[in-house]
Design a protein around this ligand. Sequence first.
Ligand code: NAI
Ligand code: MG
Length: 354
Amino acid sequence: RIYQIASIPGDGIGVDITEAAVQVLNTLSATLRTFQFDFKTFDWSSDKYLERGWYMEPDGLEQLKKHDAIYFGAVGSPEVPDHISLWGLILPIRKALNQYVNVRPTRILPGTKSPLENVKNEDLDWVIVRENSEGEYSGQGGTSHEHSDHAVATEVSIFTQVGIERIMHFAFETAKSRPRKKLTMVTKSNAQRHGMVLWDKVFYEVAKQYPEVEIDKMLVDAMTVRMVLHPKSMDTIVATNLHADILSDLAAALSGSIGIAPSSNLDPTRKNPSMFEPIHGSAPDIAGKGIANPVGAFWSAAEMVRWLGEEAAADALMKAIENVTAAGVKTKDLGGDKNTKEVTEAVCAEIQKL
Ligand code: NAI
Ligand code: MG
């Protein structure tokens, strides 16, 4: 079987880690010989935007739809305002391809540890389920009196019952599939009294269909404290687009580095290709130095392989990544002294040994 993969390296370290991920995926398929990847690279980036005035071609989404999955690096450049780059590339893909779920697993990998003394490796094992299509990132609002000294801007969050129900079902199914069967729901429904209150309400309604899942509810501010002080008390976490975006960076930092954290943008209906990317951005501060941690990219690649139905191959790739971190082959952000290329080659060698 040949999987058609659209690859969008994007900007900064997105380019380095996508190249590394493609190398690892090709090594995986060449070693297992049960399937192959056919990559098509799309050169949609901030440099191209500056050159031609757009990120994606007008029929870009149609082109992406022809693939089995999308692999994404990162987008963002000091030369382009971040809201232009995000809305020029990643957000339209997530929205148009109905990728309404963003799954962000967090664990501490062997041979690494949390920067916090109190967080033991076995204590932190979470899956953050992020609503990926609406809420605070609906893109609705506007600015008036823009060029005066009394500008007014609105940023409207949109929450729909349908949107909340579908993310809740996904979150409950995820929680149910895990040994601890626990789901923590996060909002800020004390200060935000409409959309967030609807979240809470739908959560409790959907919960009735999952009696085997233990539930609890947190306000997002208190949640940051609980994540730091009592990581073991949680398992699966469901939160809105903005809250989960923030909490997942915190989760990644607690687990060692933002450089290891993966994400899957899923269309659970499978009518459109899903998209896999590390959670980090283009990291202009380390771009071009060859030192970016590729582990988040490899883990995202493993999640892609799993979504494509190749469970055994996904497990093998994760095992290879973990053997490499366990052996101390790590980039600087994890306290190691290896570069992107060295970690990539170590993972490829490990795959060939399995
Ligand atoms: P960032 O995630 O790019 O970087 C934050 C910090 O983490 C930096 O110090 C960076 O060096 C470090 N870091 C990130 N990934 C790393 C890796 N793999 N290995 C080692 N260190 C790593 O976030 P920042 O600086 O807020 O954003 C930079 C640009 O990326 C902006 O233009 C932003 O809009 C964009 N961005 C894009 C995302 C996407 O494409 N999905 C997600 C987040 C940010
Ligand atoms: Mg983020």
